[in-house]
Every structure is written in structure tokens, then in C-alpha cells.
Design a protein around this ligand. Structure first.
Ligand code: GRF
Length: 208
């Protein structure tokens, strides 16, 4: 397939990888015009690495370095180098539990996307579904956004609601949020690729 219709994704994750699976399946089915070139994780035992290897996708653990909540400078350089060597058009965060700083974001300006389990700007940070239950909201949801230097603060690309039930536990609410994530994330990535690269992929109109 040509560059005009097939883009390259790099996926970063620290968890079980259910969003990665949804995106990989959507790529394989042609619903996202891309291939996943590389999966990187800060945790060697992360399920996302196994899910990628099962599919024959290159997957590597890269140590995060000396900080607890972010990549240190050397690690950031290693992540950037891996993703650049793989030629990725878009970096997809799928449960990556480290904050990315300026040097990483500068290497992929406007090209890092994240999914968050709430309707941002409500409930940024950890365990947003628990925050929603604690606050007693009746509607929460899912946000896909571009990543900036803040925590869950970048420009919003898409949102979808999830109703909170009276008998919800953190587990049941998180499970329904994840079902929505698995639909919203691939669809938003597909639209972002088309909106961002669609015109240049078709080439200049020489008659204009
Ligand atoms: C998702 O709930 C996502 O919203 C959050 O991290 C979780 C990752 O889950 N950023 P999985 O590893 O994709 O199953």
C-alpha cells in the first residue's frame, strides 16, 4: 500500500493494552489507515508488549530512568530515537503512565495523542472513574486529546459520554468507560490522520 493511504503509528503503554488491541484491530480491518510500527513500554511485564508481540508487532521495554512519574532525559532520548527510526507519523499514548516533557513533545509537535477516562477538563489525573463516583456525577465519559506539557490538558479532539448508574462500582464504571474508549480512540485516530495528512497525501492540485 502506498504512503498516500497508509500512515505509521507508534504506541506507548504501561498497562494491559486493551486500547492498543482496539487500535491494532481497527488498523488490520482497514478502519484506521495506518500500521502500528512500534510499541514501547516503561514496564517490562506490561501486557501491551505481549499483545503486540502476539500480533507480530515490534514491542520493546525501554527503561524510564531515575524519576517516578516521568522519563528522565536519557530515557526520553531513547524513546524519541526509537519512534523516529520507526518513522512514525503519530505517537499514540494508550495507558502510558509517565508524563512527557518538552523535549519529547518537541520531537513530535502536535503529533502525540492520548485517551483519558473522563470528560476533560473534569477529573484529570489518576483513576478518573473513581473521581467521578466520588463526586457523584451522573455522566462521565472519555476524551481523546493532543498532548501538551500539562497533565491531561491538551486540545480536545473528541469526547463521548458514559452514564453513571446508581449501583456502579469503580470496576463496573471503568469497564463501561473502556468499551467506549475502544470505539472512540480508533475512530478519532482515523479522523485525525485524514484531517492532518489527507490534503498533502493527495498531493497539490496543479490546476489551481
Ligand atoms: C485507559 O483507561 C485509558 O483511558 C488510560 O489508561 C487506560 C489504559 O488501559 N489512559 P489499557 O491498557 O488500554 O487497557
Amino acid at each position: 500500500m502506498t504512503r498516500a493511504t497508509q500512515f505509521k503509528l507508534g504506541v506507548l503503554g504501561s498497562g494491559k493494552g486493551s486500547n492498543f488491541v482496539a487500535i491494532a484491530d481497527a488498523c488490520a480491518a482497514g478502519r484506521v489507515p495506518a500500521t502500528i510500527e512500534l510499541v514501547l513500554s516503561d514496564l517490562p511485564e506490561a501486557g501491551i508488549l505481549d499483545r503486540a508481540r502476539e500480533r507480530g508487532i515490534r514491542a520493546e521495554h525501554l527503561a524510564p530512568g531515575r524519576y517516578r512519574t516521568r522519563l528522565d532525559e536519557a530515557a526520553e532520548r531513547a524513546y524519541v530515537a526509537g519512534l523516529q527510526e520507526a518513522g512514525v507519523d503519530l505517537v499514540v499514548l494508550a495507558g502510558f503512565m509517565r508524563i512527557l516533557k518538552g523535549d519529547f513533545l518537541g520531537a513530535f509537535p502536535g503529533r502525540v495523542v492520548n485517551i483519558h477516562p473522563s470528560l476533560l477538563p473534569a477529573f484529570p489525573g489518576l483513576e478518573a472513574w473513581k473521581q467521578a463516583l466520588d463526586h457523584g456525577v451522573k455522566v462521565t465519559g472519555v476524551t481523546v486529546h493532543l498532548v501538551d506539557a500539562g497533565v491531561d490538558t491538551g486540545p480536545i479532539l473528541a469526547q463521548a459520554p458514559v452514564l453513571v448508574r446508581d449501583d456502579d462500582t469503580p470496576e463496573t464504571l471503568h469497564a463501561r468507560i473502556q468499551e467506549v474508549e475502544h470505539r472512540l480512540y480508533p475512530a478519532t485516530i482515523a479522523r485525525w490522520l485524514t484531517d492532518t495528512f489527507g490534503a498533502c497525501a493527495r498531493g497539490p492540485n496543479l490546476e489551481e
